[in-house]
Design a protein around this ligand. Structure first.
Ligand code: AFP
Length: 282
């Protein structure tokens, strides 16, 4: 597992360099979810593929940018599912973006996620790693290496509210829930990049990130294997919760297809119990 984490650190520096130096334009292609691809999406995907090609413990790779599974080694133990450059449509306006990694052992489903990691490319390059033991560990890149800063833990409650999706398409119960949070003093914190938005809540000690099922996208937008399940481990290990709109733990999801999405809610305990109440789940 350590060799996978070390590879992710190498990847982070390479992708950060590509973001800073390469063209941020679009290609004429779409990814497997039907979204337009940036040259940087494809380049980041290639960086990751090449970096893991020689890592003995990696059995296969599944990328958010591609259909199918890339088999690396018969003897490898783990499948790494990754979103190479999440939020890449924010690069042209110079907002933070990220890479997300879910490391699975066996069948690709929530309960088989053994570790996850994400990198934030912002004013600074930062990395978070979570396993099934202990709190997530937070690193910052300085002088070409990642230095561990601290472990991350969520408070019981906070004031931050990151609410995704097109408001016009929200279901009435979701609209009412988000309005009630603002009415009780929550502050909007939403950049449109999942990685920096969830990173902010983790580092500031709590709050709620939601991407609900909407009238136009009943199953939400965020992909289970590459985005939702890896962040669920981060939030649970930090002492928070991560559930879908039925109150099911996101770490119990079983994707039918690698690119399946799910409504998702990540937060500290108080915010998730408020969600359960608002959605009639408790
Ligand atoms: P892009 O990769 O197309 O920029 O999408 C980013 C993202 O998948 C995720 O990072 C955000 O949380 C979410 O989309 C934002 O979606 P909305 O703009 O619909 O709120």
């Amino acid at each position: 597992m350590q060799s996978i984490f070390e590879t992710i650190k190498t990847i982070a520096f390479k992708i950060d360099n590509a973001i800073k130096t390469e063209d941020s334009g679009y290609l004429d292609t779409e990814n497997s979810s039907g979204e337009d691809q940036l040259k940087l999406d494809v380049q980041s995907d290639l960086i990751i593929e090449k970096a893991f090609a020689d890592v003995a413990s990696v059995k296969a790779l599944v990328s958010e940018e591609k259909e199918g599974v890339l088999h690396i080694s018969e003897t490898g133990k783990y499948t790494v599912c990754y979103d190479p450059l999440d939020g890449s449509s924010l690069i042209d306006v110079n907002l933070s973006v990220g890479s997300i990694f879910g490391i699975y052992e066996g069948e690709l489903k929530g309960e088989n996620l053994v570790a996850s990691a994400y990198v934030v490319y912002g004013p600074r390059v930062e990395l978070m790693i979570a396993t099934r033991e202990g709190k997530p560990r937070f690193y910052r890149a300085t002088g070409g290496i990642f230095k561990e800063i601290r472990e991350v833990a969520l408070n019981q409650k906070s004031k931050l509210n990151a609410s995704g999706g097109t408001q016009k398409e929200w279901q009435p119960q979701h609209k009412a829930f988000i309005s009630s949070l603002f009415a009780s003093g929550y502050q909007l914190r939403y950049s449109g990049g999942m990685v920096p938005d969830l990173h902010q809540i983790l580092l500031k000690g709590g709050g709620l990130f939601s991407y609900p099922g909407t009238a136009d996208k009943p199953k939400g937008k965020l992909r289970q294997l590459f985005e939702v399940i890896p962040f669920a481990l981060m939030y649970e290990q930090a002492g928070g919760e991560a559930v879908n709109d039925k109150g099911q733990r996101l770490l119990e999801l079983v994707p039918g297809h690698p690119h399946d999405t799910s409504p998702c809610f990540f937060g500290s305990k108080t915010e998730i119990s408020a969600l359960r109440e608002a959605y009639g789940l408790s």
